[in-house]
Design a protein. Sequence first.
Length: 369
Amino acid sequence: MHLAFTEEQDELRAAIRSVLAKECPASLPRSIVESTGDADGLWAKMVELDWPALTVAEADGGIGYGFVELAVLVEELGRVIAPGPLFATVTQFVPFVRHSGTPEQRAALLGPVATGAMTGTVAVAERPTGWDLDGVQATLRPDGEGWVLDGTKNHVLSPDTDQVAVVARLERGDLAVAVVASSAATVETIDPLDKTRPIAHLTFREVTVPADRVLLGGTEAVTKALEEATVAMALETLGTCQAIFDITLQYAKDREQFGVPIGSFQAVKHRLADCYIQLERARALCYFATACLAEDDARRAEATAMAKAATGDCQRFVAAEGIQLLGGIAFTWEHDQHIWVKRAMTGDLLFGRSREQRTRLAQILQPAG
């Protein structure tokens, strides 16, 4: 298994970071939190640079890169907590269509995504089972030449996108994906912790779905797509945690007490070192999971659970230290640290928290019989 980035992938990271530094400064997410701005300009630049097309196959009008390149992109998006529909579209909607759809369905649905003409998200979680696919109760039943979708989905990210890929259960028990317009759902908006990341509960009542919008790839296809979405969320959270650490480290270098930078104090050094260890642990597991998904390794399920659990642990530690080491200023509205901390905390909650991932890992590793 190859765990190092290639020169081309490193160049991709540098290019993405350069663009985001210009197009998504800290003032952009702050303006959205304060309801004085929007992400339309950032989204237009992303479309211009073909970022929505990154992992769409060339046959479907995309660039045709794999999960490693997607990992590079989403980690950088997490660093700047980039708002807008790109994350949900490329890490959730695209993999669910790619794994579950026929060639004709992929061309019809992913072609518009590649050009930026269509955005999408995915609806998986249900109460009380969360993102556990065994607990999916939403149903798809045949009706004439089409299908009928019923069910309620919780914590749907970016519900204002054009299309929603809804995971539902067929009468025979297999899972399928129904792609429906977001306008077909009854929306219960949530006041989110992270104001840059809209989340809602969606209810679908007797929604008619054309046959060509029902993706019958089966439970295995849905599982693989969910693993990609989960690891992508872990990688984005990793990027956000890195930004929190960078802000904290710079503050420790700049803030002086008793005539010297507080970063020179041994106690502060120890706490920063502990943050670094947490980051590197999470990064190693995220990159291992990335390689497993890219190579369709048999350990992909275990790697996914470990990566998401590690980034959850990381965000709890780094976010707490990022607030504590900045002292009183970190609690003020004027400083940006709290915006990054809220994004990291939200990333931990979505697609399963650490304890849920550890439970999942235990189930995977439990010997048969």
